[in-house]
Write a protein that binds this ligand. Structure first.
Ligand code: NAD
Length: 493
């Protein structure tokens, strides 16, 4: 079965037909146990459609199919150059339908059509990037003594379970399946139950790109059923996860209790931006705004703690406030909208709860702080000042358009406060003093340090967390390490 959606919007007109079953072994099937996921439109909370929800029994079928495909039709049987060609073809097919996919993603997540297009183009680029790696995964020859030769092979791991969040559904999919397939693994991907549409629409393209049946399986379902079953499955050799720190813990636990499958985790964050007195104010405001308000604050790297040096504090606050007030909140398909609704009622309530807690804890709402409009999940871009390190809005990940601004005097103080968090995903430093920029970038405990920019991710550069923000790295050549097993071969001459 499938559903068809007619887009008749100022920015996109067209039709999209999306299959709604589970994609297992190259075909759409119905779940063994009847179950569905309702897909809601975040603009008004109304049901768009429902899609099939898989459970443990479906995950089991997908795992057996993936294992069989891996052994018989994939893995070491298919040369890297061919795997690369299929990934490249997939990128081409996506590119040919870029507007349709972007419209679906905008509808599903509530992001603007324009932002969704950027995300689809970045997905295409990620598939191409890993297509390029598929025939360049190489081992080493190691000198031992004259009687022996040793070399390493980077073999695929086998069956990879990928579990992804709702904030960038297509891009997150490509960050997982790109390196997994390039390295020769079979994949079972479980999208977020909040945003199942674009992954489903992609399934026919996997077939058209030439991937053998069973090499990529897309099984929608809820986290506590399908997600948990994937993490526990004995025939799954690795879980690649992006999502919350709480779920990350459950996945590690499931892996530890079953087959000790390998686990990589990309988790939450509470990333600091540190702004010194000597900055280019206009550029800094632009980047910090992109840092916190990109994707309505629903980015793991969001610059949610903004430390501003006393000498520029007033000027920065004024310019940042003016810029924030200029961000138009509204329908994602209107051409001048910057920010659409948050993804769901739950997220909306969670964020409003944090705003309430900030007020109760004594922080000042400098601008925003209320819902926008009367329906849907819209929230005003919000700036808090007078924030203290112990407040919940300074310690916990809000995952919404809420910035906490904190004044500082010395570099040491800024670094100490920036590091006062359980998380370590990213940070940014704004200054024209190159020595200080590098010193501070090296002192903050985070997997990514941006200097004079924020949320500027590159596919060739590794991405991941220190501390409780994760384990392992995605993107770049580094990601491939997590999708291969190194075998050492000793040859007695
Ligand atoms: P979430 O942890 O609730 O869900 C993520 C995925 O895990 C979903 O597919 C969900 O169904 C699944 N899941 C839930 N419970 C599970 C379980 N017990 N076993 C297996 N799978 C389970 O997170 P979310 O709300 O979808 O996403 C927001 C979070 O993701 C934020 O904390 C954010 O920081 C993080 N995130 C991190 C990155 C990164 O790269 N570090 C990127 C995007 C989002």
């Amino acid at each position: 079965s499938s559903f068809t959606y007619q887009f008749d919007t100022p920015t996109y007109k067209g039709t999209s037909t999306v299959p709604t079953g589970l994609f297992i072994n190259g075909k759409f099937v119905e779940p063994l146990q009847k179950g569905t996921i309702e897909v809601l439109n975040p603009v008004n909370g109304k049901v768009i459609t429902s899609v099939a929800a898989g459970t443990a029994a479906d995950i089991d079928i997908a795992a057996q199919a993936a294992r069989k495909a891996y052994k018989e039709r994939w893995g070491l049987k298919v040369p890297g150059v061919q795997r690369g060609r299929m990934l490249s073809k997939l990128a081409d097919l996506l590119q040919a339908n870029v507007d349709e996919f972007s419209a679906l993603e905008a509808l599903d997540v509530g992001k603007t059509f324009d932002a969704a297009r950027n995300s689809t183009f970045s997905t295409i680029a990620a598939l191409r990037y890993y297509a390029g790696w598929a025939d360049k995964i190489q081992g080493k020859t190691i000198e031992t003594n004259e009687k022996k030769l040793a070399y390493t092979r980077h073999e695929p791991i086998g069956v990879v379970g990928a579990i992804i969040p709702w904030n960038f559904p297509l891009a997150m999919l490509s960050w997982k399946i790109g390196p997994a397939l390039a390295a020769g693994n079979a994949v079972i991907l479980k999208p977020s139950e909040l945003t199942p549409l674009t992954a489903l629409r992609l399934c026919p393209l996997f077939v058209e790109a030439g991937f053998p049946d069973g090499v990529i399986n897309i099984v929608n379902g809820y986290g506590s059923t399908a997600g948990q079953a994937l993490s526990e499955h004995m025939a799954v050799d690795k879980i690649a996860f992006t999502g919350s720190t709480l779920t990350g813990r459950k996945i590690m636990e499931a892996a530890a209790k079953t087959n000790l499958k390998k686990v990589t985790l990309e988790l939450g964050g509470k990333s600091p931006s540190v702004i010194f007195d000597d900055v280019d104010l206009e550029q800094t405001v632009k980047w910090v705004s992109h840092g916190i308000f990109l994707n309505h604050g629903q980015a793991c790297t969001a610059s949610s703690r903004i430390f501003v040096q006393a000498g520029i504090y007033d000027k920065f606050l004024k310019a940042f406030t003016e810029h924030t007030l200029s961000l138009k909140v509204g329908d994602p398909f209107e051409p001048d909208t910057y920010q659409g609704p948050q993804v769901s009622q739950t997220q909306f309530e969670r964020i409003m709860g944090y705003i309430k807690s900030g007020k109760e804890d004594g922080a000042t709402v400098h601008t925003g702080g209320e819902r926008h409009g009367n329906e849907g999940y819209f929230i005003q871009p919000t700036i808090f000042t007078e924030c203290k390190p112990s407040m919940k809005i300074v310690q916990e990940e809000i995952f919404g358009p809420v910035a906490a601004i904190i004044k500082f005097t010395t570099e040491e103080e800024a670094v100490e406060q920036a590091n006062n968090t359980l998380y370590g995903l990213a940070c940014s430093v704004f200054t024209r003093d190159i020595d200080r920029a590098i010193r501070v970038a090296h002192s903050i405990e985070a997997g990514t340090a941006w200097i004079n920019c924020h949320n500027s991710t590159e596919l060739s550069v590794p991405f991941g967390g220190f501390k409780q923000s994760g384990i392992g790295r995605e993107l770049g050549e580094y990601a491939l390490e997590h999708y291969t097993n190194v075998k050492a071969v000793h040859v007695n001459i």
